[in-house]
Ligand binder design. Structure first.
Ligand code: ROI
Length: 162
C-alpha cells in the first residue's frame, strides 16, 4: 500500500454555476485512474484575488491517494479542467474550473510544468482554510497552516458555505 502517494488538490470556480462545477469535479477526482479521493473540505466562497470585475469564487480542497506520478496526475487534472472549460480565458480572469496540485507527499519539485509545494499555498486564505479542514497536522516551511493564515491581511474574506 505504500506505493500510494497522498496529494492535495485545490479546486476553484467562478463561472457557470460554480458550486456545481466544484461538486462535480470532486466526484470526478474519484474516477481518475489509479487514484481515489480520501477526503474533501467544505466549500468556501471568497472575493476574487486579482481583477475585481468578476464574480466571487467557490473554492475547496480534496485529498487523494494515487499511484500516478506528480506529472501524470497533473496531466489528469488538466484534462479534467478541459472537460469543464468552455473557452480560453484571460489571465487571472473568470474560470469554470481550476485544479491546482498543491502538495504531493513531502515532495519538493521545481519542474517547468509543476512546482511543489504549489508556490502560493501559504499565501492564499481560500487554499489555507479548506486545507486546514482536512489536514490540520500539515506544516509548510516549518510553520503550521494556522500560523500561515493568521499572517495574512484580514481584508480578503473567505466564507464557509456548508
Ligand atoms: N480568487 C479566489 N478567491 N479564488 C480563486 O480560486 C482564484 N483563482 C484565480 C484568481 C483569478 C487568481 N483569483 C482567485 O485563478
Amino acid at each position: 500500500m505504500s506505493n500510494f502517494s497522498r496529494a492535495y488538490i485545490g479546486l476553484g470556480s467562478n463561472l457557470d454555476q460554480p458550486v456545481e462545477q466544484v461538486r462535480q469535479a470532486i466526484d470526478e477526482l474519484n474516477q481518475l485512474p489509479l487514484t481515489h479521493r480520501v477526503s474533501t473540505s467544505p466549500l468556501y466562497c471568497s472575493s476574487p484575488i486579482g481583477p475585481q470585475d468578476q464574480d466571487d469564487f467557490i473554492n475547496a480542497v480534496a485529498a487523494v491517494d494515487t499511484q500516478l506520478s506528480p506529472l501524470a496526475l497533473l496531466d489528469q487534472l488538466q484534462a479534467l479542467e478541459q472537460r469543464h472549460r468552455r473557452q480560453r480565458e484571460r489571465r487571472w480572469g473568470p474560470r469554470t474550473l481550476d485544479l491546482d496540485l498543491l502538495l504531493f507527499d513531502q515532495l519538493d519539485l521545481d519542474h517547468p510544468r509543476l512546482r511543489l509545494p504549489h508556490p502560493e499555498v501559504h499565501v492564499r486564505r481560500f487554499v489555507l482554510y479548506p486545507l486546514k479542514d482536512i489536514a490540520p497536522q500539515l506544516s509548510l516551511y516549518g510553520k503550521s497552516l494556522s500560523c500561515w493564515s493568521s499572517a495574512l491581511p484580514a481584508s480578503d474574506s473567505v466564507i464557509l458555505l456548508n
